[in-house]
Design a protein around this ligand. Structure first.
Ligand SMILES: [Zn+2]
Length: 289
């Protein structure tokens, strides 16, 4: 089933929740590349996908957020880029098959972790090439679309979008806006949606950093752009308790706080701190909506 068919069939599509925090709970060592789990412990990754599919996700994101050569080179794993990304998409596809569900695989692409010139040494063209390679590996592994996510710099977001579009797959882009409606690079939702739409994104949105409540104004701005909007907030604003980061919204509260956002979004899910239980509550909300 194509993403357009799925979009046409349902008022809202349900995304998934966090991957990173779930992997940590499953034993990912601190300081290890999460993408290495795709090869070393594929069953662990697949189990997380299955939990989200069981919770009702229509779209699951591959475990490849940090899978660009630029990011992997920090772990000395740049040569594993293709293997990690292909495996990431394959695992998600297999999980959908095993679950017997009609769902889409979104190939996740996060920031390189480097600053783009003139603020850093990375040239936009170089970033685009790295993103293109990652997107191609995700496509070869079976991704149905590419989701560029958690971007704060519009130049980098556009580089990722251009690189990912070379696959011929639809590309969705979500940026990370703070409660003031801007990314920490100062990009407004209006600016983002206009630029990304003009550059060929099929859907745009916001993920991470804030909870659903703090995402409302951003959602309203994004919806004005005329593209399907994706909203994947955290389980509330992170709080530091002792030396542990805690996300305050439980599954039920999270779903309730998502309610006002449904008017503006086509695709809803969660980011940091959200679990299959949060997604299941969100599914119930959508069913009742
Ligand atoms: Zn997040």
């Amino acid at each position: 089933m194509s993403w357009q068919d799925l979009m046409a069939k349902k008022k809202h599509l349900l995304g998934d929740g966090a991957m990173g925090t779930m992997l940590q709970q499953a034993g990912l060592e601190i300081g290890a590349a999460p993408e290495s789990m795709n090869i070393e412990q594929p069953e662990v990754v697949k189990k997380i996908h299955l939990a989200y599919l069981e919770a009702g996700s229509d779209i699951i994101q591959t475990n490849s957020f940090g899978g660009s050569v630029l990011k992997l080179s920090r772990y000395g794993l740049a040569d594993q880029m293709e293997a990690f990304n292909m495996a990431a998409a394959k695992l998600a596809k297999e999980a959908i098959h095993e679950a017997g569900r009609k769902a889409l695989v979104a190939g996740s692409i996060g920031p390189t972790g480097e600053l783009i010139s003139p603020f850093g040494t990375l040239e936009p063209q170089e970033a685009e090439e790295a993103f293109a390679l990652q997107a191609q590996a995700l496509a070869r592994g079976g991704a149905d679309l590419i989701l560029v996510e958690t971007m704060t710099d519009l130049v980098e977001a556009k580089a990722a979008l251009s690189g990912a579009l070379r696959t011929g797959l639809p590309v969705w882009v979500t940026m990370t806006f703070e409660a003031n409606g801007r990314t920490n690079w100062g990009v407004s939702a209006k600016e983002a949606v206009e630029a990304l739409k003009a550059s060929g994104a099929s859907a745009v949105g916001a993920n991470c950093s804030v909870g659903p409540k703090e995402m409302l104004a951003t959602a309203q701005e994004l919806a004005k752009g005329g593209l399907p909007v994706i909203l994947q907030p955290n389980a509330g604003l992170p709080q530091l308790i002792g030396d542990e980061t805690v996300f305050p919204l439980g599954p039920e509260e999270f779903a309730q706080c998502m309610k006002p956002l449904l008017e503006y979004a086509k695709i809803v899910g969660g980011c940091c701190g959200t679990t299959p239980r949060h997604i299941a509550k969100l599914r119930d909300l959508l069913a009742a909506h």
